[in-house]
Design a protein around this ligand. Structure first.
Ligand SMILES: [Zn+2]
Length: 259
C-alpha cells in the first residue's frame, strides 16, 4: 500500500513538473525575428545589399528593434518570415540615417491577402488600395496586402514599393499632419522651399505628364510618398531627371554623407 502511494506521488510530481515546463515555454513571447533574417535581407532587400559590413550590422539592429516593438498580424493571410523581413525593411529604409528613430505612432501591421477597400473590408467595391495608414479606431495600425508587399521588394527597380510608401506616410505623420512635409526630420529652413517644389512639380505632372507615378499628383502627401519610392529604388534616375527633388530628398533622408 505504501509503495502504491509512493508511486502515485512520484507520478503526480512528474506530471506537475511537465505542466510547469509547458507553461513556462508557452508564456515566453514568441520572437518575430526569423532565424535566417540576414539571409532573407540579403535575398530580398537591395538597400541592405548596397551597404558595407558596418552598415549591414546597423540595418540588422534596426530590423530587430522594429520587430520587437511592432506586432505583425495576418488577417486571413499567413504571414511568412519573408513578409516580416520585408515589412521591417520598409520601415527601416526611410529612417536608416536618422539616429534613434522609433515609430511611436505604430503598434501593429495587419497583413491582408489581397487588396481591400477604405473600410478594411475585403469584399465589395473599391478593392484597389494596396496599403494604408490607419485613422480613427485604427490609429497606430498599418494595413498592407501581402501581394503588393512582396511585389515591392521583388521588383526592386520600378520605383514602386508599397511598404516603403506607407512608412513614409508614417514619417510624415509624426509631426501631426500628413502633408508631405516631414517637419520632424526636415530642417525648418527648407520646409517652405520643399512645399513649393512639391506643388510646382505636381502642377507640371498634371499639365505635361511625368516619369513620376501620376498617383503622386493627388496631393503633396501622396507626392512625398511616391517620390520617396523613386528616390530609394532608382536614385540615379531621379538625380538625372529631377536634380532639385533629389537634392531635397537627400536633405530629408540625410543620405548625403553616403553619396
Ligand atoms: Zn499613399
Amino acid at each position: 500500500m505504501v509503495l502504491v502511494l509512493q508511486v502515485i506521488t512520484v507520478l503526480l510530481l512528474i506530471v506537475l513538473i511537465i505542466l510547469i515546463a509547458l507553461r513556462i515555454r508557452r508564456s515566453k513571447p514568441q520572437s518575430q525575428l526569423p532565424e535566417n533574417y540576414k539571409e532573407l535581407l540579403a535575398h530580398y532587400v537591395k538597400f541592405y545589399n548596397q551597404l558595407d559590413e558596418e552598415g549591414k550590422v546597423a540595418f540588422e539592429k534596426r530590423v530587430e528593434q522594429f520587430l520587437s516593438a511592432v506586432t505583425i498580424t495576418g488577417v486571413q493571410a499567413e504571414v511568412e518570415d519573408m513578409d516580416r523581413i520585408m515589412i521591417a525593411a520598409g520601415a527601416v529604409i526611410p529612417v536608416y540615417n536618422i539616429p534613434d528613430w522609433q515609430y511611436i505612432n505604430l503598434h501593429e501591421v495587419l497583413v491582408y491577402p489581397g487588396a481591400f477597400n477604405a473600410e478594411f473590408d475585403q469584399h465589395g467595391d473599391g478593392r484597389n488600395i494596396a496599403g494604408m495608414v490607419g485613422t480613427g479606431a485604427l490609429q497606430n495600425v498599418m494595413v498592407l496586402t501581402k501581394w503588393q508587399l512582396r511585389q515591392g521588394f521583388i521588383n526592386n527597380n520600378d520605383a514602386r514599393n508599397t511598404a516603403l510608401h506607407e512608412f513614409v506616410h508614417l514619417v510624415d505623420k509624426m509631426d501631426g499632419t500628413v502633408d508631405g512635409v516631414p517637419e520632424i526630420i526636415l530642417e525648418r529652413k527648407y520646409t517652405a522651399q520643399w512645399r513649393q517644389l512639391m506643388e510646382e512639380t505636381i502642377q507640371q505632372m498634371k499639365t505635361y505628364g511625368s516619369d513620376i507615378d501620376l498617383y503622386g499628383a493627388t496631393n503633396t502627401a501622396e507626392f512625398f510618398a511616391v517620390i520617396s519610392e523613386y528616390f530609394f529604388e532608382q536614385p540615379d534616375a531621379l538625380q538625372a531627371n529631377h536634380p532639385q527633388l533629389f537634392a531635397m530628398l537627400e536633405r530629408i533622408y540625410k543620405t548625403t554623407a553616403q553619396q
